[in-house]
Design a protein around this ligand. Structure first.
Ligand code: NZQ
Ligand code: ZN
Length: 393
């Protein structure tokens, strides 16, 4: 196990109905909030109006920017930050899924440090501008998926270059407070619920599969999160207002990327950067769907490259017999996830997810441009092999 530091300064208020705390928490952050949210859902469900009311009851004024699209774009963030500057907002609230929450983090940077958001994104070909001051951020997730509420990361798409890239900054980007109220997720449609579940699983699976082999506790936490997601997926898809299932999935989302499950192991993130390259090109594909379409092919690749972990996963998650031969165990694992992904209504390959075969090379090139080829993959030929396998041919 590697040496590690966990420093997660987010005040997390968790539970059914805790949204009611948002006004009094906001009062500690500032006098005028810039609320960042998506185009429709928070208006339709009434949660946006409720947040504004709770702020007002606590003498906090607010201005709303509701133009954030899924896979948020850098120009939306810049536009929102300009509104916040014009309106003299002194802190930011992100209300919605990962897209609205990430956008809120981006707005908090531009609001105080100036410039354009893309200036702060580092690529192999470009250095990032250093982030100076950042406005305080409160996050209120309405969808269980990204864990943005408990981490210092945010992901943005540059429409012009079709590059989707992350800003990760533990010194600057943790929200001050996150209000995680699972009751806000009961209106999430089945598809987005399923996409969120596969995303949560991948947040712990990336480093489980490729990191150090001696992290017993982290492995058990990971397996616990995966099993919690699998078991509650069925319940919540059958009964979207299942309080226990929604609560357990929300907690899995918040814990998966809070720092502890991935501590002490330095694995490679592979499926995520591939997915970011896909949705940088295909804005109509959601993050969780991109993950679901790549995961089985990646497991087959890893079964050849790092069979121990795939074997452990097959035994502990899919009840495989440990005396089965290695190739078969890989298949149990890949097929197990394929079946799970289909059972929650998502495509388990790139073709069915809507990716064209002619774009596979472009996806590989975008990955190389934005984050480089992950070490465990090694070279472009191996990457193309995974993409072709994920395409389903
Ligand atoms: O846009 P609105 O109208 O709000 O509707 C959204 C959107 O259409 C809808 N929705 C959200 N809450 C709802 C709801 N519909 C009904 N009821 C509710 N309560 O769901 C749709 C998807 O929302 P979105 O925010 O795009 O989804 P998600 O939470 O999956 O976020 C995806 C973004 O987060 C990034 C992804 O790359 C992607 O850009 N990620 C961020 C991470 C982080 N900050 O740590 C890590 C992740 O790995 C990920 O990369
Ligand atoms: Zn993710």
């Amino acid at each position: 196990m590697k040496e590690f530091i966990i420093y997660n300064p987010v005040k997390i208020i968790f539970g059914w109905g805790v949204l009611e705390n948002c006004g009094k928490e906001a009062k500690n952050l500032g006098k005028k909030a810039l609320i960042i949210t998506g185009k429709n859902s928070t208006k339709k469900t009434g949660v946006l109006d409720r947040v504004i009311e709770l702020l007002k009851n606590n003498d906090v004024q607010s201005v709303v920017y509701s133009n954030i699209t899924p896979n948020p774009k850098t120009d939306e963030v810049d536009e929102a930050a300009n509104l916040g500057i014009k309106e003299n907002c002194d802190f930011v609230i992100g209300l919605g899924g990962g897209s609205a929450m990430d956008a809120a983090k981006g707005v908090a940077i531009v609001l105080k440090s100036g410039g354009n958001l893309w200036d702060y994104v580092a690529l192999p070909s470009k250095k990032a501008k250093q982030i100076g001051e950042v406005a305080s951020v409160m996050l209120i997730p309405t969808l269980a998926a990204t864990g943005s509420e408990s981490n210092p990361a945010a992901v943005f798409t540059n429409k012009e270059t079709q590059q989707k890239a992350a800003i990760y900054n533990p010194a600057k980007l943790y929200p001050k407070v996150s209000i995680v109220d699972p009751s806000l997720t009961v209106t999430v449609p089945k598809r987005q619920t399923a996409e969120g579940i596969i995303d949560i699983i991948m947040h712990v699976l990336e480093e489980y599969l490729t990191g150090e082999n001696d992290c017993d506790l982290q492995d058990r936490i990971t397996e616990g999160i995966i099993l919690t997601c699998i078991e509650n997926a069925e319940k919540v898809l059958q009964k979207p207002d299942d309080k226990n299932a929604r609560t357990n999935i929300s907690l899995a989302s918040t814990i998966a990327l809070c720092g502890l499950p991935n501590s002490g192991r330095s694995g490679s993130w592979v499926v995520h950067p591939i997915e970011h390259a896909i949705t940088g090109i295909y804005d109509n594909i959601a993050h969780g769907s991109g993950i679901a379409a790549v995961l089985p092919a990646y497991l087959r690749f890893l079964g050849r490259k790092k069979p121990d972990k795939v074997k452990q996963l097959a035994i502990r998650i899919f009840d495989a017999d440990e005396y089965t031969d290695e190739e078969e165990l890989t298949e149990v694992c890949a097929k197990g996830f394929e079946d799970f992904i289909s059972s929650i209504g998502l495509a388990n390959d790139l073709k069915d997810a809507g990716v064209e075969k002619a774009k596979l090379t472009k996806i590989a090139d975008k990955l190389i441009e934005v984050s480089g080829i992950p070490d465990i993959i090694g070279n472009k030929d191996a990457l193309m092999g995974i993409l072709k396998d994920a395409f389903g041919e």
